[in-house]
Write a protein that binds this ligand. Sequence first.
Ligand SMILES: [Zn+2]
Length: 380
Amino acid sequence: MKDNNITTGINIDEDTKRYYPNSMLASQIIGFCGSDNQGLDGIEAKYDTELKGKQGAIQRHTDAKGGEIGDEGEKYVSAIDGNDLILTIDSTIQSIAEKYLQEACIDNKCTDGGNIVIMNPQNGDILAMATYPSYDLNNPYEPYTDELKEVWDSLEQSEKTKNLQAVWRNKAIADTYEPGSVFKVITASAALEEGVVTDIDKEGQFSCTGGIEVAGVRIKCWRYYRPHGSESLRQALMNSCNPVFIGLGQKIGVEKYYSYLNKFRLLNRTGIDLPGEANSIFLAENKAGPVELATISFGQRFEITPIQLVTAVSSIANGGNSISPRVVKQIVNSQTKEVTDIEIKNNGSVISKETSEKVLSMMESVVSEGTRKKCKSCRI
Ligand SMILES: [Zn+2]
């Protein structure tokens, strides 16, 4: 027995494994670990150095052949726990978001799934960030839908990997999309801030004839068949009238418009403390002509991530400041229990308080009496 380096009958070695008590909850935010407990995705990867702690060990002095030297025997070095992270995620809000997202994706047959982001605009805290479908953090390599479970064994390894990588993906930060009409609030903010419009309720300030000519191209209002006619800015937003916002974009001009894209932090990643954030896709400023400016003004022909939109709209909601989003707010030292607050990141003023109040008041009208009447919480 001695020759095989087994000294006595049974040796017990302690081992640790991550266990996630809320298996499916917030899986794409939390992420999971590899076989050596190294973080591979989500917060587990981003904060790996904080979380991993120090491994314990059994030390002894040996010669080149592994024979013991001296008579000190073995020394046991105990492991040091990793630090604790306090997340901004509210598990109740997260569960509710996941529940309704799942229902909405199933009801609307969203084959690509979907996501919901809920952010506190005052401090950037992400209260919920749901992605559907979700997966079990305790079994990240297992099939996650009934359809996949049925065919899993017959799939090639590459197919399995493709499916797993798709479900691990945090769509709210890693995927871009064309935001559409919700982007009109950005154009309205820039127009008010630049003084292109001042009174949001001035009757007859704008007139929709069903379309607008831009550099020889006629761009239609979505309700070209029955034009909106005379409108105030509030009415134009409630009607989601394209020509009015194209007209505002023209008055603001490419250079100024792009300066607002920049101030709203839509040209850069938000810097959220999660891995895999994508950036927006806008035409370069020097390539943007009148037609491109027109389509950007009502939210088309460019792509942003959901987190970029939520961050931009949060600066309208909080009185005009650009606050970076975050998912970790405190780190607790496992040894000393000392709590370190993570600073709220304020990137400065985007629009004035007065402008933000005007835009908020119009946004309220959109959901209380305008085109989004049915959905007070839709999209934003
Ligand atoms: Zn119109």
